[in-house]
Design a protein around this ligand. Structure first.
Ligand SMILES: [Zn+2]
Length: 307
């Protein structure tokens, strides 16, 4: 089990040598320098492609965020805006869903309808199924890429990041409307916090998870005016205390940023606050299990142990 020095091949136990579509440089370099050790490789199929997941233990240099005392709040949404971020210095950043995301959804609907009209077991059915899997893979990749980009930028910058404690599983289960439940899953809200949690730990920042019952949307930031009967679809509301027009998501993000509640053990357990990571080796850095993925083009019967 190893990464080949040509950075294009992997050798797996039992299966043998495989050609990788993706360059394995990032991990291979660390392994060659003795800063990483490969623990396991798993071959799987995702949406019609073969994927090898490499689990490795990596000694990372201790890092600090560029603004160790800075705070930001993130309000994740399922509406038109994917995330609204209240930065330090009170700028509001609105992040839209990945651009081709909606287009992929429409395409998906069309192909799914096609699939349902094909005869099970026919060539047409097989082709439509492969097409649908490819679209799903694309939508998932777009989402993952978007999540990784945003979380990296924020974790490198801020010492403290506050997110809302969303019960994604309950949101998906309840609330009746199928379209709503679908957007909850498709927005990838569930994967955002775990990814942010490990990145904050890598950068020596901390991630705070605000209390689930914090009325971040209903309370006017800075004035304390409270609107108890805010509807799910309301994008703006008028503050009953000062009469100002309040933008729902921006207001929620500001409330999260300035949240100063207690941080309990429960939160730590659920991936909220960065737990101290154990040190490995003599590198003096922190250890994190890093999972990398290499896409495979096709298996080549080259070398001794090929398939
Ligand atoms: Zn107000």
């Amino acid at each position: 089990m190893r990464l080949e020095p040509d950075r294009r091949h992997l050798t797996l136990p039992v299966i043998g040598r495989l050609r990788s579509k993706e360059n394995t440089r990032r991990l291979q370099r660390l392994v060659a320098k003795g800063r990483a050790r490969v623990l396991s490789m798993t071959l799987a199929e995702h949406g019609g492609r073969l994927v090898v997941s490499v689990q490795a233990i990596v000694a990372l240099q201790p890092r600090t965020p560029s603004q160790p005392d800075g705070r930001c709040g993130i309000d994740l949404g399922i509406g038109r805006e994917w995330a609204v971020i209240a930065h330090d210095g009170d700028t509001i950043q609105r992040v839209a869903h990945p651009a081709p995301w909606a287009a992929t959804q429409n395409q998906r609907r069309r192909v799914a309808r096609q699939l349902s009209r094909r005869i099970v077991g026919s060539r047409g059915h097989r082709q439509a199924k492969a097409k649908l899997a490819a679209l799903d893979r694309r939508a998932a990749n777009l989402r993952t890429h978007h999540t990784h980009t945003l979380t990296s930028i924020l974790a490198r910058r801020y010492g403290t990041i506050v997110v809302e404690d969303l019960d994604v599983a309950a949101m998906g289960r309840g609330m009746g409307r199928r379209a709503f439940r679908r957007t909850v899953y498709h927005a990838g809200i569930g994967s955002f916090r775990p990814i942010l949690a490990y990145k904050c730990a890598q950068q020596s920042g901390r991630l705070l998870v605000a209390d689930r019952w914090l009325a971040s949307s209903k309370t006017h930031h800075g004035c304390g005016g409270y609107l108890p009967d805010l509807k799910l679809g309301d994008r703006t509301w008028v503050c009953p205390a000062c009469g100002e027009l309040v933008d729902r998501n921006a207001n929620a993000a500001r409330n999260l940023r300035d949240w100063t509640g207690p941080v309990g053990d429960r939160v730590v357990q659920r991936g909220g606050v960065a737990a101290p990571a154990p040190s490995v080796g003599d590198h003096g850095g922190q250890a994190h299990a890093v999972r990398g993925r290499a896409r495979l083009q096709k298996t080549t019967p080259s070398g001794g142990g090929g398939r």
